[in-house]
Design a binder for this molecule. Structure first.
Ligand SMILES: [Zn+2]
Length: 435
């Protein structure tokens, strides 16, 4: 029998919590800024954001990579005075961000500030591990965004809220941590791949539950579920029917948000107009560049994120949303490209409902292609054992409308990608074109 043990907090960490509390005014500043509506006129909205460019000018002056790059382009940070000027500045690709991890940060390595910087290793939504430099406020910023979302959804932030992060990744990492930036809440990370996760989740009794579509899929199959105030989903495409089922099961709204390891939260899906993803202005600025979403972080950080190419596709629009919110939204968002397989009866089946199967297996990468009516091709990299995976996949496909699916397994060294982001599910061209 497992007994809940109190988490022993080392003295040094307790001291750190006091230090984190010192950042509370900045958390409140972020919440207030995010909750302030932009002017209804776009020119006025852009003018309202322009003073934040001062942050970028300062960041570029402190960043060796930015100074070198600007020099090579015959530019100076002073050339950035308006959001229109920003379009004349160089972009930063994901690979470059990784290569320049040491030259990009904007700080004096000898300073006290530099000692408070952490390198976070994350699996990222693209599956490739990435190391991102964060300062203390970067690690707290998500709590400011969460406070803003609660405000936007007219939900109260409880005192000492219980927050759970339900994770379906194969690593099985679990921990608890105090949240001085969120009314002294307690965060419990629970892994669905360890033993008795449901018991721990019910024991944690979260009021706020973070997970991803794989985690929610797991939760839907359980005999019992917690009853949070709000559930939050990110990292992968959340199929509308899964979202509806989760809302019904948990008895609370599910907020879907767009975030990357490198930038933090970028936008959130409007609860009333699901094709609109509201950009988190004034702290984030999103441009579209030949259909690609390019993100600039308009807030202080040791890591300048300026014109960062996400590899995600969508359009940015200004206007009033059906929910009444005025500002910038991403529409036609293809960061997590939807994919419908064509069932033998001609119906469409959302391929992403299969994503959870792959999360439980330690694959470096995979791609499932529907090649004919009942034929699929599964490319995998880095799986030792695939019998169980194939078995689960065949059963799931049978459940989705393929009584006798044929899955051909291909072990490959690389998966050729068309864009910057992986495309784990796709339908072969010939089948797509079929009436
Ligand atoms: Zn809206």
């Amino acid at each position: 029998m497992s007994v809940a043990r109190p988490v022993a907090v080392p003295a040094r960490l307790r001291h750190d919590y006091d230090a984190l509390r010192a950042w509370l005014p900045r958390v409140h500043e972020s919440v207030a800024a995010l909750a302030t509506p932009l002017p209804a006129d776009e020119a006025a909205a852009r003018a309202a954001l322009a003073p934040r460019l001062e942050i970028l000018r300062r960041q570029m002056l402190g960043s060796p990579w930015w100074l070198d790059t600007l020099r090579a382009h015959g530019l100076s940070p002073r050339d950035l005075q308006t959001l229109d000027d920003l379009r004349g500045f160089p972009t930063l690709a994901r690979a470059e961000l990784r290569r320049q991890a040491h030259a990009l940060p904007s700080f004096d390595p000898e300073s006290e500030e530099a000692r408070q910087v952490v390198l976070i290793r994350s699996s990222g939504s693209t599956g490739e591990p990435v190391e991102v430099l964060k300062d203390t406020y970067d690690t707290l910023h998500m709590w400011a965004v969460l406070r803003f979302w609660l405000h936007a959804l007219a939900k109260p932030l409880p005192d000492q809220p219980r927050v759970a992060l339900l994770c379906a990744l194969p690593g099985g990492l679990e921990y608890s941590s105090r949240l001085p930036a969120l009314n002294d809440g307690l965060l419990t990370r629970i892994s669905s791949v360890r033993e008795r996760p449901l018991q721990r989740l019910l024991q944690a009794d979260p009021q706020l539950l973070f997970s991803d579509p794989a985690g929610f899929h797991w939760l839907l199959a359980q005999p019992d579920a917690p009853r949070p105030l709000l559930a939050l989903s990110s990292a992968q495409y959340l199929a509308p029917q899964i979202r509806a089922q989760v809302q019904k099961r948990l008895g609370c709204p599910v907020l879907d948000y767009y975030s990357t390891s490198e930038t933090g939260a970028i936008a959130w899906r409007c609860p009333q107009a699901p094709d609109n993803w509201h950009v988190l202005t004034p702290e984030v600025w999103v441009e579209q560049l030949e259909g690609e979403l390019v993100v600039t972080r308009l807030r202080d950080s040791v890591l300048p994120v300026i014109r960062y190419r996400t590899g995600d596709r969508g359009e940015v629009r200004f206007g009033r949303c059906a929910c009444g919110r005025v500002g910038y939204s991403i529409t036609g968002f293809h960061g997590r490209r939807a994919c419908n397989f064509v069932a033998p009866n001609g119906g469409l089946a959302d391929a992403w409902t299969l994503a959870w199967i792959f999360k439980y297996h330690d694959l470096e990468d995979f791609r499932l292609t529907q090649t004919d009516t009942s034929d699929f091709e599964l490319e995998v990299i880095g799986a030792a054992e695939t019998g169980e995976l194939l078995d689960k996949l065949q059963r799931a496909l049978a459940h989705m409308g393929w009584p006798q699916p044929r899955v051909k397994l291909l072990r490959v060294d690389a998966i050729t990608k068309q864009g910057a982001k992986p495309e784990p599910f796709r339908v072969a061209g010939a089948l797509q074109a079929r009436p």
